[in-house]
Design a binder for this molecule. Structure first.
Ligand code: APR
Length: 233
């Protein structure tokens, strides 16, 4: 009979993968300084210039092939020995999975997958290869990146909300919490849930929410979080 493990729910953002070499979106030098969000991460951008979008994600996907999970990803995977860990990520990389996390909800899609332009449920993994605009699936449907763009619904948000409401312990790691509905997940926290925020910068959270801030990068912050949580186990 294994003792009941407390549920640790994590919401990760681009900062989680910064130490793995990925640019964040809104830091200085971030992706949105080089590309306009509208051009490469919105449904309008897709209709305007789909080839630019295919190239944008082809570049990110080839970067992912050589990127490695960092200490932060690995510590979260290790915490599965002590907690029932559920990862909710805004990131489209597969670094949580490659570090060993066994339960990852990708709110904004997955870089290694493509889907039919008619039906995102018709998606499949292509690994790290390039996909050219015009490539079709076996049903003759045009393929697009399996990414949730601005202006599109976030199908997994209700599953994520249920997870946040079930959390005994919650940690936001590496997110500026400015993009909804992901940022709104903090409003689903029960008052009894122990909440942490790991970020080297100030991040504003919903008023009245009690959050313990660990002002560190992901690799160091998760180490501090682990030590705090294991001291209480
Ligand atoms: N470790 C931890 N956090 C970091 C690190 C690091 N090494 N470096 C930067 N950060 C923090 C920044 O301080 C910032 O608060 O990570 C956060 C990154 O914020 P954003 O760039 O806004 O990324 P994110 O919150 O994930 O954006 C949400 O916006 O463009 C869309 O779909 C995209 O999923 C993305 C969403």
């Amino acid at each position: 009979m294994t003792a009941h493990k407390k549920r640790l729910v994590v919401l990760s953002g681009a900062g989680m993968s910064a130490e793995s070499g990925f640019k964040t979106f809104r830091d200085s030098g971030g992706l949105w300084e080089t590309y306009s969000v509208e051009d490469v991460a919105s449904i309008q951008g897709w209709y305007r210039n789909p080839k630019l979008i295919m190239d944008f994600y082809n570049d990110l996907r080839s970067q992912l092939e050589t990127a490695q999970p960092n200490q932060g990803h690995k510590i979260l995977a290790e915490l599965e020995n002590y907690f029932d860990v559920k990862i909710i990520t805004q990131n489209v990389d597969n670094l949580h999975e490659r570090a060993g996390s066994s339960y990852v909800v990708h709110l904004h899609g997955e870089l290694t997958k493509v889907c039919s332009v008619n039906n995102p449920d018709k998606n499949f993994d292509i690994g790290y290869r390039k996909v050219e605009y015009g490539e079709k699936n076996s049903d003759g449907e045009l393929l697009r990146p399996f990414i949730v763009w601005f202006g599109e619904a976030v199908p997994l948000i209700s599953e994520a909300s249920t997870l946040v409401r079930s959390a005994d312990i919650f940690a936001v790691i590496g997110s500026s919490l400015v993009v909804y509905p992901a940022a709104g997940l903090l409003n689903d926290l029960r008052s009894s849930t122990q909440a942490f925020l790991i970020d080297p910068k100030e991040v504003s959270v919903p008023r009245g929410l009690k959050v313990e801030v660990i002002k560190e990068v992901a690799s160091k912050g998760t180490e501090i979080l682990r030590d705090k949580l294991l001291a209480e186990v």
